[in-house]
Design a protein around this ligand. Structure first.
Ligand code: AMP
Ligand code: MG
Length: 405
């Protein structure tokens, strides 16, 4: 049996990001950059005012105070989107508003609160009393002071959130190069499964893994390709495998254990290749990894909880690697156990709700951690990792946890 870390390492070895494609900025949310985004211009593109006030030459205001102000002649007005056409000589000032280009000749902006100005802006030839001396550069946002032309704004592998889309738009990008979404074939197996919406006959249960895995694929950034459920019959599984092997990744659920009807592993051996089929963890020990055609293949256990956890630990990182994400795994934090837990002979990934206190994060397990308990999966913030061993992990023990949200 191989460890979780060794299994993940094997799964990720040799994964190359998928090729890039151009998408409109409005469609880029949740995608991953396929190429570095380099600023094609300075941000801001021109020196502009950070305040509503008066553009001045700092030398003109030497010694200015509230009681002994310096009076400057207002020779114009400039607001955001406009340009002051002339140049400011000695003794001149231009009324300026936030975001407007700083006029030629000016090297500072004095806030309007530090003047006696209270006149209509269409009276451009008044004398304005300036009540404070200024250093050059005051209230001026220099060209390129935010992001200089030619510098990297976002690196390849960056996950595009709202802020990244704003940054790209500020650089004038109308489209972005993003990695193609991995097409992930999803195959549930089992004679007992019926689709939600159909009445159950005795012995049947609803197929919850397919909708759950499809949603998890989508949330990870992939494109789910849902296959019809395969009965526990070799021919049916072979047919699904043939249909699946053009995907970028194939994920099955069920049929990888040691029962008489656990055919997935046998048929993967026959049609593809198996690297390992058991991992040292709880829940989720029977996990097959191999290849089917050119596609990596993950055979998840059928128990919904085991399916969910093994997807999280192995399939999600694989999808993120196909997307070229800079970071494929979840952040690991330290949490305080909010309940005692019995240790087992394998590391346990305990589903937990997090409570945030002053300086501590407490993990409250979601009740009985049986791998059939769908209830234990609901409203989960983190997986607390309880290493194997004897006895009990007591309340207040600090343990590592994977932060899921
Ligand atoms: P298996 O790994 O095929 O032996 O299945 C283990 C357990 O998970 C059994 O109780 C199955 O009924 C259940 N199971 C398997 N596949 C699914 C599925 N797609 N949805 C819900 N439960 C499932
Ligand atoms: Mg089964």
């Amino acid at each position: 049996m191989i460890s979780v870390d060794a299994a993940l390492e094997q799964i990720l070895a040799g994964v190359r990001p998928l090729p890039g494609e151009e998408v409109a900025l409005g469609d880029a949310l949740g995608r991953v950059l396929a190429a570095d985004l380099v600023a094609p211009l300075d941000l801001p593109p021109f020196a502009n005012s950070a305040m509503d006030g008066y553009a001045v030459r700092s030398v003109d205001l030497a010694g200015a105070t509230a009681t002994q102000p310096v009076r400057l002649r207002q020779i114009g007005v400039v607001s955001a989107g406009g340009v002051f056409a002339g140049s400011m000589g000695p003794g001149a000032t231009v009324r300026i508003f936030t975001g407007a280009p700083v006029p030629d000749g000016a090297d500072a902006v004095l806030e309007q609160e530090l003047t006696d100005a209270n006149q209509p802006d269409d009276a451009p030839t008044q004398m304005i009393a300036m009540q404070e001396a200024v250093q050059p550069g005051r209230n001026i946002r220099a060209a390129g002071s935010d992001i200089a032309r030619g510098t990297e704004v976002l690196a390849r592998g960056h996950f595009l959130d709202a802020a990244a889309i704003g940054g790209a738009a500020a650089c004038g990008a109308a489209t972005l190069s993003v990695t193609r979404r991995p097409r992930v074939a999803i195959l549930a197996t089992g004679d007992e499964l019926v689709a939600p919406g159909t009445p159950l006959r005795p012995g049947q249960i609803y197929n919850s893994n397919t909708p759950m895995l499809a949603a998890a694929v989508r949330a990870a950034g992939g494109d789910p390709v849902v296959l019809d459920v395969a009965r526990d019959q070799a021919e049916e599984i072979r047919a699904r495998f043939r249909a699946a092997q053009t995907a970028d990744l194939v994920i099955s659920s069920g049929g990888v254990s040691v029962g008489d009807f656990d055919l997935v592993r046998q048929i993967l051996e026959e049609m593809g290749q198996i690297s390992f089929w058991r991992v040292k963890l709880r829940p989720g020990k029977p996990l097959a990894f191999g290849t089917l055609g050119a596609a990596p293949f993950l055979g998840l256990p059928g128990n919904p909880v085991s399916s969910a956890i093994t997807f999280e630990l192995f399939a999600r990182p694989l999808i993120r690697a196909l997307l070229g994400c800079a970071k494929v795994t979840r952040p690991q934090i330290t949490v305080r156990l909010g309940a005692s837990l019995r240790r087992g002979d394998r590391p346990s990934y305990v589903r937990a709700h997090l409570e945030y206190g002053a300086g501590t994060v407490t993990a409250i397990p979601t009740g009985d951690q049986g791998s059939h308990r769908i209830a234990s999966l609901l409203d989960v913030d983190a997986l607390a990792i309880i290493v194997e061993g004897e006895g009990i992990a007591e309340v207040d023990t600090l343990v590592p946890a994977l932060l899921l949200r």
